[in-house]
Design a protein around this ligand. Structure first.
Ligand SMILES: [Zn+2]
Ligand SMILES: [Zn+2]
Length: 343
């Protein structure tokens, strides 16, 4: 089968590989029908994910059809359409039992697919702990509608879940890339008084205005005064930082009102500075970390009910054979690309 492979730093290549086989009683083999490219794939390509193993098939956002299951798999059977979770988790350790599946202590736990074990930018993928890592897609939900559930949408859902958004709140979301938009969609489910999206890219701002007219938009240079003018207590009650730059980190705490929650959704390339003397008395609560993708069943139900729709984010579609061109488009952000579907 064809599999897009991390060869060495800076180099991915479409290679012919053996179709994966069941290795454990709890494994499933999935025939991938759609996959996507994530910014984390680019991090692997550029060598900033030391855990990534050269030779591994990349890709951790995909949907497909169950081809085979091990004897201990109970939740899915061959023929089921499924969304694959970015995280591999045992469901049994202390962290899994508390819903912190990203911190699963199993040797395979956490982000393994497309990083430490073969992922889904391929024709087939083996998913360990299939009962935890797969969710059946409801009949009225298409593959495209389910494509982002296991990773980027789960990220937004989790970030919103820990952010304590209330009905009176002004919520500021920094960054309107795929993660920022997924965070926005999940924040809107909480029906806060106001949502402001801050983004510097004109095309992405336009995307937000076109698709979510109820949301206020602002560029970073005007964000501080705009948020103050459009909130009830001198700043945002909740800030979700999904952009991942030094300036946006600073903007996140500066735009927050005293005693606000600041949730860091983004993955940064380097350390950030908390200037505690400047913040003293502001009493902020920071929440950080990787996605705990344990709500995918609930997310698929919301998609099925029409309450979450990420299809507009999928701006381009390429066949697997042309995946290198898809990466080139995605990495260079050409043609207004948000997310690419690989079929
Ligand atoms: Zn990802
Ligand atoms: Zn676990």
């Amino acid at each position: 089968m064809l599999a897009y492979t991390y060869v060495e730093r800076g180099k991915f290549e479409l290679q012919e590989k053996q179709k994966p086989a069941l290795q454990d009683d709890r494994d499933a083999i999935i025939r991938v029908t759609l996959a996507s490219i994530c910014t984390s794939d680019l991090h692997i390509k550029h060598g900033s994910v030391p855990r990534a193993v050269p030779g591994v098939t990349v890709g951790h956002e995909m949907v497909g059809v169950v081809e085979a299951v091990g004897p201990a798999v109970a939740a899915v059977k061959p023929g089921d359409r499924v969304a694959v979770n970015v995280e591999t988790f045992c469901g049994e350790c202390f962290f899994c039992k508390h819903g912190y599946v990203n911190n699963c202590t199993d040797p395979n736990g956490g982000w393994a697919l497309g990083c430490r074990i073969d992922g889904g930018q391929a024709e087939y993928v083996r998913v360990p702990y299939a009962d935890q890592g797969l969710n059946r897609i409801p009949a009225n939900v298409s593959d495209r509608q389910a494509l982002l559930v296991g990773d980027v949408l789960a990220t937004g859902f989790w970030a919103v879940r820990i952010s304590e958004i209330g009905p009176e709140d002004t919520v500021l979301i920094i960054g309107a890339g795929p993660t920022g938009i997924c965070t926005l969609l999940c924040a809107l489910l909480k029906r806060p008084a106001r949502v402001i999206v801050c983004e510097k890219d004109a095309a992405r701002l336009r995307f937000v205005r076109e698709h979510y007219p109820e949301v206020l938009t602002v560029e970073p240079v005007h964000a501080l005064e705009f948020v103050r003018a459009n909130s009830s207590h001198g700043g945002a009650d909740v800030v979700l930082e999904a952009a991942g730059a030094e300036e946006t980190f600073r903007l996140a705490w500066k735009c927050a009102r005293p005693n606000a929650v600041v949730t860091i959704v983004a993955l940064y390339n380097g350390s950030q500075i908390l200037p505690l003397p400047e913040m003293y008395g502001k009493n902020l609560t920071f929440k950080t970390g990787g996605v705990d993708g344990c709500d995918c069943g609930e997310i698929l139900e919301l998609v099925s009910q029409g309450k979450l729709d990420t299809e507009p984010l999928i701006t381009h579609t390429y066949p697997l054979k042309e995946i290198a061109a898809a990466y080139d488009l995605f990495e260079n952000r050409r043609d207004g690309v948000m997310k690419v579907a690989i079929e």
